[in-house]
Write a protein that binds this ligand. Structure first.
Ligand SMILES: COc1ccc2nc(C(=O)O)sc2c1
Length: 250
C-alpha cells in the first residue's frame, strides 16, 4: 500500500518512521511519503489559507494547493484503488471496521487540515475523481488533523499482511474492537503476568490452572463483563448468533 500525507507540518508525521509502521515501511509493505503542502504554492509567501467567505473567525485553507497536490500524487487516470482521507471533526467516526475497509485500498492520500478546515470545493472536486472519506477519530477538539492521520495509519497499517509478526495477528486482536476472532466486538478483559503474587494481590487462580478451555471461558466472561460495564453499546451491537448459551447467562 502507498500512503501519501500532505500537511503544513511534515515533522508532525515523524512517528511514522518508528516502530510497527516504520518497520513495515522499511520492509516495503508500506510505501509512505509525507509532503509539505506549500510545495504546491506559487506566491512569495507560500500562502495556503485565506479569510472565510461570509466572515467569521480564523482562516480557511485554499483549495488550489490541495488540488495541485492531489493531482500530482494521483495523476488523472491513476485513480483506481486510490482513496482520499480527510480527517475532520465533522467526519463519520473512524472505527475498526473503517480501518479494515481502508486496509483494502492500494493507495491512501491523507489531507489533514489546519485552521478552520479546507475550502469545501476541494472535497467536492476530489469526490468527482475518487472516493473521499471524511473521518473523525473522536469527539474532542484538536488543532489539526495530523494526529488523526497517525492514528489512522497505525490502525490500517497493522492490518496489512506481514506487518504483525506470526506471534501476533490482527485476527486475535487483544484490545477488542476487532471484528474477527473469538472476542470479536468485545473489549479486552484483565491481563496478568508473573509474579503470581504481587503487592499481596494474587493472579486469578484459574489462569494458573493449565485448563485452557476453562481459561478461555473465564477470559470471555471477563470480556463480556467489562464490555457490559464500559461499553454497553458494543453489547447491543453484537450479532446474537455470536453469543452462546453461557454468554447469555452472564
Ligand atoms: C483544523 O483541522 C482539524 C481540526 C480538528 C480535527 N479533529 C479531527 C478528528 O479526527 O476528530 S481531524 C481535525 C482537523
Amino acid at each position: 500500500m502507498r500512503i501519501d500525507v500532505v500537511t503544513i507540518f511534515p515533522e508532525y508525521l515523524a512517528p511514522l518512521d518508528v516502530s510497527l509502521i516504520g518497520k513495515a515501511a522499511t520492509a516495503g509493505i508500506l510505501d509512505i511519503h509525507v509532503h509539505e503542502l506549500r510545495t504546491w504554492t506559487h506566491d512569495r509567501h507560500n500562502t495556503v489559507d485565506d479569510s472565510p467567505c461570509g466572515g467569521g473567525p480564523g482562516m480557511v485553507m485554499k483549495p488550489e494547493p490541495w488540488w495541485e497536490a492531489l493531482t500530482a500524487l494521483v495523476p488523472p487516470g491513476s485513480e483506481d484503488g486510490a482513496r482520499l482521507i480527510v480527517p475532520t471533526p465533522s467526519g463519520r467516526p473512524f472505527t475498526q471496521r473503517v480501518a479494515e475497509d481502508l486496509a483494502t485500498a492500494s493507495h491512501l492520500v491523507f489531507a489533514p487540515a489546519r485552521y478552520e478546515g479546507i475550502d469545501r470545493r476541494f472535497i467536492e472536486a476530489a469526490a468527482e475523481r475518487m472516493p473521499v472519506e471524511e473521518l473523525s477519530i473522536g469527539d474532542y477538539v484538536l488543532a489539526g488533523g495530523e494526529v488523526a492521520v497517525l492514528v489512522m495509519v497505525e490502525a490500517v497499517g497493522r492490518l496489512l499482511p506481514g506487518v504483525l509478526g506470526n506471534a501476533e495477528s490482527a485476527k486475535d486482536d487483544s484490545f477488542g474492537h476487532s471484528s474477527q476472532g473469538g472476542m470479536a466486538g468485545l473489549l479486552e478483559g484483565p491481563v496478568y503476568t508473573k509474579p503470581a503474587n504481587w503487592d499481596g494481590r494474587e493472579v486469578p487462580p484459574v489462569l494458573l490452572s493449565g485448563n485452557h478451555a476453562v481459561i478461555a471461558r473465564w477470559r470471555r466472561d471477563e470480556a463480556l463483563r467489562r464490555t457490559a460495564q464500559t461499553r454497553p453499546d458494543l453489547i447491543e451491537a453484537l450479532d446474537p448468533a455470536a453469543l452462546d448459551k453461557k454468554d447469555r447467562a452472564q
